[in-house]
Design a binder for this molecule. Sequence first.
Ligand SMILES: NC(=O)C[C@H](N)C(=O)O
Length: 577
Amino acid sequence: MEEDEEEEAEADEDGEDAIDDADGLDDANEGGDAQLGSRILARVAEGKQTDLNALKQEIQDDASLLGQWRKAQELGEKRTREEVFKGLVANCSTYFGYSEELAEYFLQMFSPETAIKFFEANEQQRPLTLRTNTLKARRSSLMQALTQRKVQVDPVGSWTKVGLKVYQSQVPVGATPEYLGGHYMIQSASSFIPVMALAPQQGHLVMGESSRRCPRTRRTSALRKVLILYTGGTIGMARGADGSLGPIRGALKKRLRSVDELNQDLFPQCFFDEFDPLLDSADMCPEDWCTMASCIERHYYDFDGFVVLHGTDTMAYTASALSFMLEQLSKPVILTGSQLPMEEPLTDARSNLLRAVIIAGRADLTEVCIFFGSKLFRGNRCKKLDANALTAFDSPNFPELAVVGTEVKIHHRLLCNPPKGRFRVHLMTVTDIIVVCVVPGFSDGFFDSVATAGNVKGVVLMLYGCGNAPARKTSFLAACSKLVTAGIVVVACSQCIHGNVELDKYAVGRAIADCGVIPGHDMTAEATVTKLAYLLSKGLSPGECRKAMQDNLRGEMFSPAKTLDVSSSWMDLPSPS
Ligand SMILES: NC(=O)C[C@H](N)C(=O)O
């Protein structure tokens, strides 16, 4: 099959075209009615309830019984909890047309009453909605253009400035010149609704839903879509009255409208979103990483790739954190920023951004990367090494994944393998970790309070060379043992930029390993801290966490270099003939 044909076929399969999608849905419903009919017949044969209203009542009664089980027993309910639950699963499966496994899955994931509300919500017909690409058009002008084409549209609601609801259309909305020109995309309103628009209250459960089956959607180049998320950082900053730099909301988006390259065919269609407030990355916290991860999750099936514009100072931490939180990632997430603001004459902002967009839209990457200068790095291998140079980043223990010169050279064998499972996000909720940089003769008295405070879950020690600690200082070793005994996961990193932590190489390293400190191998401090936070957030016990810290989860550890052991058998090497 030709590539385009293949892509079209895939797109069809994914329901890319909204019209096809809607047709498919009707067919599926017809099939569903026929199946419901045969399930009802089967119930007749078994002598069970066949009246749909009565069945619905039974579902509601059983769900509320399960919701107040103790009371139900007091009132004389004879069935066991398991029996009621099994019956509820079977009834929901019949009434809502789910397989029993799926019905059970949701009934277990939520309380039965909530699950039923969810099943009911899924029965509601939803309107076809469009999202305006504000980099290319205003919603009002798009509404005008569509109205002229006999597409009846209205704003979706007051909570969005970009959404349009389609009432009726005499032309296919997936084939108008505006659609092909990237002025809008077809996107369900529920997937671009900011969760806050639902005004969730404490205790409310907000569930994200996505309709696509295929983890990786492919489109022809011109129709590929990239979401640019501006979180802050120099790239969109301007100088204030005192000459210091700070980010300005709306300014970068306005500026990007005049970047003509983004309209070239080579480029994917770009959409823009920004943080509120925008941050200097020195102010970034784990909650901000979670906001980014949730934004990517919300838009995951609507875009082919993501560009996160971020300040350079803590970009390596964010990239590492996202690499862990975004599980089974099958699309490129490229972080970039700049050393100089977009507005300044010698800026690196424009080229970093354009190249990151091309990579996010066109490269078959399934990982979180940093693009900076001319190189693409694995995000969790990166460090900011230069405060002034335009080539500020490097990946000290792992080669770059791609180099952009006159062409884009990608080192495919170095890339992470595509995932086998479904994409999901695991948010970082545990951040009680401290990092201690050891210096000669330092005071270690405070470790005692760390061990007894009860809130610290992890400690990262920045040691010398390949993980050497001041072992003559017995108070330090005793403190390490105390931390480990208190259930704190203690990991050794190196203060050196390059190289590997090997705790068994020197006696001083062995001493600290004997206390229960584990090696961080060739991980950066950024990757070590965020990996630890991620694993602790998964609720692992200290033992499980120590074990998982030694596993390579996202290509963050174990450089491919092989070492030749020349220490013992040097003389045995064959001499050149
Ligand atoms: N170049 C930069 O982006 C530095 C800035 N302070 C930041 O990290 O947000």
